[in-house]
Design a protein around this ligand. Structure first.
Ligand SMILES: [Zn+2]
Length: 383
């Protein structure tokens, strides 16, 4: 199937550095060392390099490749981190990295091993480079393909596999460069609590997070993600949580985008959009309980592009977060970026979406049954 970019679409710039693959968070179910010795085979930590290797390869070898151009990322300077994070917290991480060669458990499930800090600096710096590319007018759509992820990292603490808040740092750069209003839409299956916390008191940044209802998960993640966390002081109303029922799929997400996100962003009128993507909202993710498929991600990408075209002169920074199914995360990423490119037809079929969780599958099944009836039941041959 041949697709072409519509007249309004532009090429996408991908920012990436292979040094981010050096972060090794170890092994164990969900990153926890919970097996007392019963199992012969342990999973990799969910946030492993393989998941991102596949994201890189599908973008390089998949049909979307011809729409992408690639840029090398770079490490962030320590001083750059202080726009979002406290000096004490950054010093804590620097000391942990310098303390030796072993594993440093920074918080639950979040491990700093040799190579991890350099990877975290690359993730932050690469996201800043992607944002700078847009701010300086070199391109309108940039995608920071980064790990370790960032949206749980709060100004003064690590959380949920995240050390540095890559998207938050990029938003700060935009504000420091003169942009007055930035909207952040986060579709990772978990609450973007770190980004919310960083901008909780400001009305310059509208943070919106669509996530499954998972609640707080301990000292590193005190936020609930419920609808009543709406910001504080000047920021009241500028943090919008959309905790979707577990099991929400394509139709539910599209409805939430159109009924809640699009109107809210329309009122806010951002000068720049930041699209925080996690493929752990997919139907097959080990860390999520939602049911998005490639079609759903593609639609969300299109809706995001529409908002960017209407409000932000088409400018949109996309930042990678979670997504832990090593195969399907890459395919869903491909579909998401197809959506943002606003292509006329899908470039890639979905190899895995067979869960009967939305009407499309019902319609396909009905079509097949109808064919069978017509072929094998005489009095129904003309239906
Ligand atoms: Zn997540």
């Amino acid at each position: 199937m041949e697709s072409s970019a519509s007249s309004s679409s532009a090429a996408m710039e991908v920012f990436w550095h292979e040094g981010m693959l050096a972060h090794d968070a170890g092994r164990g179910v969900y990153g926890r060392d919970i097996d007392p010795g019963f199992l012969d085979v342990l999973d990799q930590h969910p946030e492993n390099a393989d998941r991102v290797r596949n994201m890189v390869s599908i973008l390089r070898r998949g049909p979307i490749a011809r729409f992408l151009s690639w840029h090398s990322g770079r490490p962030a300077q320590i001083t750059e981190l202080l726009s979002f994070h406290s000096a004490e917290y950054i010093e804590e991480l620097v000391q942990a990295d310098a303390s030796g060669t072993g594993t440093n458990k920074i918080c639950e499930c979040t491990f700093l091993n040799p190579g991890s800090w350099d990877a975290a600096l690359l993730a932050a710096g690469t996201t800043l480079s992607a944002m700078k590319h847009i701010l300086e007018g070199h391109g309108k759509i940039a995608y920071a393909l980064v790990r370790p992820p960032g949206h749980h990292a709060q100004p003064d603490r690590a959380d949920g596999y995240c050390f540095l808040n890559n998207a938050g740092l990029a938003v700060k750069l935009a504000l420091d460069s003169g942009r007055r209003k930035v909207a952040v839409v986060d579709i990772d299956v978990h609450y973007g609590n770190g980004t919310a916390e960083g901008f909780y008191n400001t009305d310059n940044v509208l943070t919106i997070s669509l996530h499954m209802k998972h609640g707080s998960w301990g000292p590193s993640h005190p936020q609930s993600g419920l609808v009543d966390e709406i910001g504080e002081g000047r920021g009241i109303g500028y943090n919008l949580n959309i905790p979707l029922p577990n099991g929400s799929g394509n139709a539910g997400y599209e409805y939430a985008m159109n009924e809640l996100v699009v109107p809210a962003v329309g009122v806010f009128q951002p000068e720049l959009m930041v699209f925080v993507v996690g493929q752990d909202s997919s139907a097959f993710d080990p860390n999520g309980r939602q049911c998005l498929t490639m079609d759903g991600y593609r639609k969300i990408g299109q809706i995001m592009r529409g908002m960017a075209d209407r409000h932000s002169n088409g400018q949109i920074l996309i930042v990678q977060e979670g997504g832990y199914h090593i195969t399907y995360s890459a395919y869903c990423l491909h579909a998401t970026l197809e959506g943002v490119l606003n292509l006329e037809a899908p470039l890639l079929d979905d190899p895995m979406a067979f869960y009967p969780d939305d009407e499309k599958y019902t319609m396909k099944a009905v079509d097949v049954m109808k064919k069978c009836w017509k072929a094998s039941i005489p009095f129904l041959k003309d239906i």
